[in-house]
Each structure stands twice: as structure tokens, then as C-alpha cells.
Design a protein around this ligand. Sequence first.
Ligand code: GAP
Length: 462
Amino acid sequence: MAENTTIKSMDDIVALCRRRGFIWQSSEMYGGINGFWDYGPLGAQLKKNLKDAWWNDIITCPPAGLDHNPIHVVPVDTTIIMHPKVWEASGHIGGFNDPMVDCRHCKARFRADHIDQMQCAKKPSKKPGEHTDCDLTEPRAFNLMFQTHTGAVQNDDSLTYLRPETAQGIFTQFWNVVDTSRVKVPFGMAQMGKSFRNEVTPRNFTFRSREFEQMEIEFFIHPDEAEQWYRYWRDSRYEWWQKVGLAGGNLILREHDKEELAHYAKEGAGVCDVEYRFPFTSPGYGELEGIAHRSNYDLSQHAKHCGKGDKLRYFDQEKNERYFPHVIEPSAGADRGTLALLCEAYTPTPDRKGAKAVMQFTPRMAPIKAGIFPLVNKDGMPEIAQKLYQNLRNKYTVQLDVKQNIGKRYARMDEAGTPYCFTIDGDTASDQAVTVRDRDTLEQQRISLDKVNAFLDEKING
Ligand code: GAP
């Protein structure tokens, strides 16, 4: 696939997402709700493919570690609502704030650190504060956690929160995993799931949403090995994003400045982001995944706050040493990742008939792996197509399309990002072969019907 570094129109990408059923506004029929998005059939499958790739490449078939043996990462699936003390211990109640300013005149609210990129609500050609009517407050801290109540009575004692990250579910189950799973440091715990942040200004399509999915790893290590493991994860996560289809030209690794460090990161510890050049950030970049050396902040905080203190230190039998492991955390967003795949794949095709654009997903990420078309709906072609479809769908998401002329069928598949289309024609019954058309090169070749399965396997997994 060609490197795709030209700046694309975000409006065109959003329009295609709507038209083809990748992403829609949540509750659209009621006018939508700001910061919430739904995935349609193609989008849901694309996001699932990204999450499956992460699960497979981290948990099922993990990469080799520093000693060249595969690393060990175990999954967990913890709850969205947790004991409120979790968020005191983690620092989220005290420190998970964005600075916010209000305009006393028009009542609009802005993130103080984003003012330069925002538009005045009354006069969009100006920035907040520039219009003569603007009357901005001083910045105030705004806690991003959504609150709710558990149980029938709503008072301070029943106050709970929707998790703003999946990481704390991992830390609070660390001791159970050590006790039950025969894991030894270094090892990782991983979880994917929904997180919620009441963002002051959700924007840029799904990039900054109020409900989103994370894919997080907490990798527990001996403190002396922090530097090596930090570098290991930084490089391996950057390579992974390239592997799933983000060309090098739009992807960077950026080490954080001191001022940017999150509340849990110790000064001097490594923190970096894998960033992608989205059309709305270009020529700058937006974060896809953060890789942070969190030291032993979370484990020691929870040990302190739950009252079990030093009893919760990890014991290394071989070294006869008791300590709180340090943590390297690669924390990725599934929705931002999906958005980056969509932006990267989008390729306008003014010369192609029918399709305004072709979505050049890698075969592994493509929501539909192949289209199957009988050239006409007679002469035994639909029956052969049906048989091929039944055969392939045991393994892959494929689509049998018999409607309209072949050009329109190709156009639909191009916009869905389907890498291969197999056409059954008048010769298929006699030569037992089909024509396969490549989405990107438009090349067509004849392959034997009994080789179609192996062909797809090689393209998707090869
Ligand atoms: N546990 C660490 C943590 O949550 P983060 O940098 O705040 O770190 C990790 O979030 C990832 O989650 C980000 O790199 C991004 O991909 C995703 N993410 C965070 N806030 C988001 C939002 N409002 N909308 C969509 N994705 C978001």
C-alpha cells in the first residue's frame, strides 16, 4: 500500500463514514448528544478487528521480551463502577482535572489550554476572548469523572464514578492475579473496555469523546529494569501501529516535556506518545497511545489506602526480595486507533467510476475481506457464488453481492475498503476459476476456485 501522507478533508471522511455505515452520531434522531458516537456495521467490525489484533498480538501471541522469550501478559475484565476509594487512591478525585473557562456573556465553556484552537461561540472567526462582548472567567479546575449513585438512596455515601481509565481495575486485582495465576515479575496484565470522561469540549469527531474504549497494559517489572522495559514498550508499540496499517509518514513517537507529565508520572521517568497526523491536527499530531513509566505509584497508593500497606508487596522467592513492582503502561485508545485507520485508509479517487474514495485498509483490518459477485443472476453463477460464500464465511467476513451492475458492486466494496472481489463468470463452471480484482491496483487475475481460501489466508495473515 502506498504511503498516504497528503492532507485529506475531514468533512469528506466524516461523510463517507455516515454514508457507508462506519460511524454515526449517538441518538441522531433526537439531534445527537455531544461527545457520544455509534458504530454501524462496517465501523463496528473495523474497531473489532483492531481490538482483536491487539488482543492477539499482546495476549495470545505475545512478542519476545528482553530475554528473547515471549513475554507473559494475562487478561482481566473488571467493572466500570468501582469502590469510590479507588479514585481517591489513584489521585483521580484530587488530580484528574482540566482547566476550564466560562464566558459570562454567552455562557459558552472552553478548555483554557485549548483556547488558541477554539472559536468564539458568538463570532466563530475570532477566538474566545477576542470579541468585544467576550467576558471570560479565570480558569477553574473541572473534574472529568462522571458521577452516579449506586443503590436506592442518593446521598454522599452512595456516590460512585464511571471509570475514567481501565488501568485501576488492573491495579486493584494485581494481588489476586499474583496469588492465582502463577505469574512472575516481569509480567503484564491487560484489559480493554469502556472509559468515560466528561470532556469540557469533546471534538474532532470521535477523537475526543465522552465515552470511549481503551486497550491498556500494565507491565510489572523490577525497578532496576525500568529503563530497558520502557524502551522496549515504546518501540514495540510504535511498530505495532505501523503493522496494523499506519504508514510511517503519519506516525511519530514523541517524548513528553517535563511540564506535560501526568499526575502519576515521576519526574525523570520516561513518558512518550505514539501520535498520528490526523487531518484536523495536521501539520501537528494527535495522541493514539501513551507509554508511561508509572513507577510504583498505583500499587503503593492502593496498598496504603486499603489499609493493608506493606503486606501487599510482591515477594520474589528466587531473590528473596519483597518490593512494589514498577509499572510500564502502554495505554491506547480503540476509538482513536479506529479513527486513525479510517483517516489513513481514505484515498480520494476522482478517476474511478462510482466510488468517490477507496478505503485502503490492510487486509487484516478490512471489515469485509472479500466480495463475491456472480456476474449475472443466471446460468448457474449464483449457485457457484453461494457455494464459495458458504465456504469462505466459515473463516472470514465476506459479502455476497448480487445487486446492480458489476461497476456499482465494485464501487460499494471500494468505499467499504474490501481488498479483494471474486467474480464468477460464464467460464467458471467449465474452468473452475474466478477473477480476483485487487482494490488498490485494480489488477485482475484468474485463480482456481479451490485456491481462493489459501489466497485470502496468505493476504490476511501472510
Ligand atoms: N491509564 C492511562 C490513561 O488513561 P490517557 O493518555 O489519559 O492515559 C490513554 O489515555 C488513551 O486513551 C489515549 O492515548 C487515547 O487514545 C485514549 N483517550 C483518552 N481520552 C480520550 C477521549 N476523550 N476520547 C477518545 N479517546 C481517548
